[in-house]
Design a protein around this ligand. Sequence first.
Ligand SMILES: *Cc1c(COP(=O)(O)O)cnc(C)c1O
Length: 520
Amino acid sequence: MTDAANRRPPTAGGQEAGDTGAGPEMPGTGPVPEPLIFTYSRPGRGGAGLPEPDVPVRPVEELVPAELLRREPPVLPEVAEVDLVRHYTRLSQMNYAVDTAFYPLGSCTMKYNPKVNEYVAGLPGFSRLHPYVPDELAQGALRLMYDLERALCEIGGMARATLQPAAGAHGELTGILLIRAYHESRGEGHRYKVIVPDSAHGTNPATAAMAGYKVVEVASDERGGVDLAELERVLDDEVAALMLTNPNTLGLFDENIHRIAEMVHQAGGLLYYDGANANAILGISRPGDMGFDVVHFNLHKTFSTPHGGGGPGSGPVGVTEKLVPFLPAPLVERDPETGRYYLDENRPQAIGRMRSFYGNFAVLVRAYAYIRALGPEGLRRVSEDAVLNANYVMRQLAEYFRLPYDRVCKHEFVLSASNLRERTGVRALDVAKRLLDFGIHAPTIYFPLIVEEALMIEPTETESKETLDRFVAVMKRIAEEAERQPELLKEAPHNTPVRRLDEAAAARRPVLRWRPGGAS
Ligand SMILES: *Cc1c(COP(=O)(O)O)cnc(C)c1O
């Protein structure tokens, strides 16, 4: 395919014979040009219209010690407001977001988040509330937290929950510290091992290690679940907990979960549920009913807070009755006599505070609005549609890529590009990069670690059948390109603002600032 063909304009409707239906690529934006904002800069030009001050102004030399003063003025662009607006708008258009196109990034649940939840989180009664305001003046916010905690406990099958943790990994740490406090309270503080399956999200072993535990890995069986014989072998009275995701990172539900819970409990350990991606279980199955003792949810994945830009997030942790005493203070309580809500700081067995104040409150507001708007039926529908969409895409892509675990999947699935690699040398990375040329975000690649050339795909429930069909068509076209023109994939992406990056250099020596003259 030539470059020109690669950039043909959109065709409306009807497909030509042999056309995959993959449709047009994202308009080519070409290489990153010199930022226009510097090109347009002219001395004295500006965009601010501030009045002259009507109070005495002391010269800067009187206010700042001489040795701290700049000798030369900074190189700042001097432009009109319109040039400034265009500069930032243009930069924002180089970015990729759920609000612009499909984002099938596995294990991240990049679903569309209803805009009304942004509006609700911005209501002045919430957004202008000072964290030190007395309980009597924050009844609405306290009730929201109280009700959200109840809703999350209902969804997870837990007794109580803390809303403090600021992210999933933070929730994991909270949960593991709760488990440690529980064991210590029973004189079993000697337990020093945490078991994680080899398909676990990297934060699980990291959390266990950070809390001072020895991480013991347990292998998966050929169906992608926990290998029961292996589990039996590693279970002993030194085990504090098993951390599990179910459905796991392969998108597969472990049907042995009751047996697993029984085995761990018999050994005196507890079960931790990594519920970062709860998109497959809402209203269908509850970690508490599966036998888990502790669960964290990522409100920024499942419950409607936009993410991917680095936060803020929220990782509430729910626990069963026996772990409630250890939950961090404060919890929101309701006085049954007066109906008033208050922050209860009197929690003598608590593990201690996990975050300042009450967590990322605006994220809690969004989750509350999302849960209340959908209700139990709506939440169930979210999961049913997420699972349906994933299976719909998986079945079709299994014709072009290897499907290592050929089972019904839940909210996501994992393919392998090993079939392409064997025949053409094309790798999962090349497929991911080529997708960018079609205006589609890459899936998660090379994770989970137990699948070679892994492509982990999570379509989510918010995408239309048309979007899913186009994605399948593009993936098919890429698989065909791999056979015919592997070089095209090896050099992809071709029409993004920046071409293929040196990933190691980008991580180790990131260029975070543009400087005049090109020096980084
Ligand atoms: C995203 C994720 C986490 C970590 O959540 P953060 O909010 O990024 O800390 C943990 N486990 C799983 C399975 C995840 O997908």
